[in-house]
Design a protein around this ligand. Structure first.
Ligand code: PEP
Ligand code: MG
Length: 577
């Protein structure tokens, strides 16, 4: 099978089919003589989910006795247990099987859809929000029916290292859970190259392929599969010869990565003596180990929104402060750029926190923060308080207009005044930067240069918004092109203007970690790159082999071309030079 390889490397392991995102079930009829048996099958599934929830409840109770804080989850398991005992979920599907002679999975789906539709009309907000719980209980029953029993993390506890997850789709919130249960690889039917799901796969350092279409019809549970994330190829049930070939390639990949560790502590400097900063992108405080191991000189992008996913409430100011302080202290004087909450698009808040869609063109990132001043204030106070413990900087995502810059700076000033009045310490000269990821910002750059201390180009969104291509949509993934002349002109012009104005500028989108673009970005005048820890050493090696003056000439020719074939040919020439 061929898909989009979004994270390189080779994994060989056993498939585990997961259903996380939705109730996807088949519909088939049951001959009258087997209807009673189907009802029993349904009853067994309900019984096994009941046992699963009881076990979970027991486990959580034990944890609760040891640590505070797990009470919330326990309450939520109790709600699930109650829903499971309610006749609308435990009895009604039996009647549907008997009436329609359909399979049990379908009966539970029909009943759940009906229930969810009723919930939509409920006035009471608390009750309306129980929708998610109903869906999750129904998903558990379906999982038990299809023999998948249990949520993913439970399953992964047993045999994560050689497990390859096969899913229709995975949200960034699903993938972040794998940080604790490292899997060998994952493949999905949907998704785009710079979706956050793909970005997380790269940060986990595991091979991943998206946009496979129909993988779950081809791959069976537990089947042996090979995932070649570099080529975007999945091989199902390989024979011995193919297996041997891929084991060899896997070993070669490992050796190449190992060889690179030799340059870990070398300074990143080009052949003609240009010094370059190579910073790391992180999602959670626990990523700090990887930052230290790869020899990065700081964190250029801490995607703070990952602290807000997979939970039903907002992290408090103190909780955020602890997370930011841990990173600031862990970096021992190296800088950390904390990006304020970039919620929206594919990173969604629990409906308990916000029911709005926050689409890519909607109330996303800074727009959401300015609309929710209390949420923003708590985060700004937490970042400011952490600034006492290291070299902390603030980065604002998705800015597009002067008003937003002004309002953001005012919000920071208010947070500072509050802390001062309370006698709390922080860095009063903390640097505030803006992400350049909306074309309007790149085009009207002077207002950013005047009001902000530094810039960071988010090429993932800059490409999405310039080319009007949804990053997460596999049907337009072929049109998502970092080498489109419009994108290259915007990136080159932002770097050039910032350099002229003496305002520090970095690139923190995926372009920064793509070795094939390192020389081009150097030729544009970029001296600060931020990328996943896994990309730092390959990019450093390219920096060490580059003469920027030779690159500038070829890059200038490349920029004169409007033709994509010609641009690619020039880029190849640049990389051979
Ligand atoms: C970007 O848009 O390039 C970026 C770095 O931010 P994110 O990928 O988190 O949207
Ligand atoms: Mg972005």
């Amino acid at each position: 099978m061929h898909g989009l390889g979004v994270s390189g490397g080779i994994a060989i392991g056993h498939a585990h089919l997961v259903t996380l995102a939705s109730l996807e079930v088949d519909h088939y009829s049951i001959p009258p003589e087997f209807v009673a048996r189907e009802v029993k099958r349904f009853d067994r599934a309900v019984k096994s989910v009941r046992a699963e929830l009881d076990a979970l409840e027991g486990e959580l109770k034990e944890q609760h006795d040891q640590h505070a804080g797990s009470g919330d989850i326990a309450a939520f398991v109790t709600i699930h247990r109650m829903l499971l005992d309610d006749p609308t979920l435990a009895e009604e599907p039996r009647a549907i099987i008997q009436r329609d002679h359909c399979n049990a999975e379908w009966a539970i789906k029909v009943q759940t859809d009906e229930l969810l539709a009723q919930f939509a009309e409920v006035q009471d907000e608390y009750l309306r929000e129980r929708k998610t719980d109903v869906r999750q209980v129904a998903e558990r029953i379906v999982a038990a029916l299809t023999g998948q029993g249990g949520a993913v993390p439970e399953k992964l506890r047993e045999r994560a290292e050689d497990t390859i997850l096969v899913a229709h789709d995975l949200s960034p919130a699903d993938v972040i859970l794998f940080k604790d249960h490292q899997v060998a690889a994952f493949i999905t039917d949907l998704g785009g190259r710079t979706s956050h799901t793909a970005i997380l796969a790269r940060s986990l350092g595991i091979p991943a392929i998206v946009a496979l279409h129909g993988s779950r019809e081809i791959v069976r549970e537990d089947e042996l599969i090979i995932v070649d994330g570099t080529q975007g190829v999945v091989i199902v049930d390989p024979d011995e010869t193919v297996l041997a070939e891929y084991r060899l390639r896997q070993e070669q990949w490992r050796l190449e990565r190992q060889k690179l560790t030799r340059i870990k502590s070398a300074a990143a400097e080009t052949l003609d003596g240009v010094a370059v900063e190579l910073h790391a992108n992180i999602e959670l405080p626990s990523d700090i180990d990887a930052v230290r191991q790869c020899g990065a000189t700081g964190v250029g992008l801490f995607r703070s929104e990952f602290l807000f996913l997979n939970r039903r409430d907002l992290p408090s100011e103190d909780e955020q402060f602890e997370a930011y302080r841990a990173v600031a202290q862990g970096l021992e004087g190296m800088p950390v750029v904390i990006r304020t909450l970039d919620i929206g698009a594919d990173k969604t808040l629990d409906p308990n926190i916000s029911n709005n869609a926050h689409s890519a063109l909607g109330l996303r990132a800074i727009r959401y923060c300015l609309a929710e001043p209390q949420v923003f204030n708590a985060q700004l106070r937490a970042i400011l308080r952490a600034s006492k413990y290291g070299d902390v900087r603030i980065l604002i995502p998705m800015l597009a207009s002067a008003v937003e810059i002004r309002q953001t700076l005012a919000a920071i000033a208010i947070a500072k005044d509050q802390l001062r009045a309370e006698g709390r310490k922080f860095d009063p000269a903390i640097k505030v930067g803006g992400m350049i990821e909306v074309p309007a910002a790149a085009i009207a750059l002077p207002m950013f240069l005047r009001q902000l201390d530094f810039l960071s180009i988010g090429t993932n969104d800059l490409i999405q918004y310039t080319l009007a291509i949804d990053r997460t949509d596999d049907t337009v993934a072929h049109l998502y092109d970092p080498l489109h002349p419009a994108v290259l002109h915007l990136v080159a012009s932002v770097i050039e203007q910032a350099n002229l104005a003496n305002v520090p500028v970095a690139v923190c989108g995926e372009m920064a970690g793509d070795v094939s673009l390192t020389r081009l970005l150097l030729a544009f005048g970029l001296r600060d790159f931020s990328m996943h820890p896994a990309n730092i050493l390959p990019v450093k090696q390219r920096v060490l082999n580059t003469d920027t003056s030779a690159c500038r000439r070829i890059a200038a020719e490349l920029m004169r071309s409007g033709d994509s074939e010609e641009i690619r040919a020039k880029l190849a020439e640049l990389n051979r030079a």
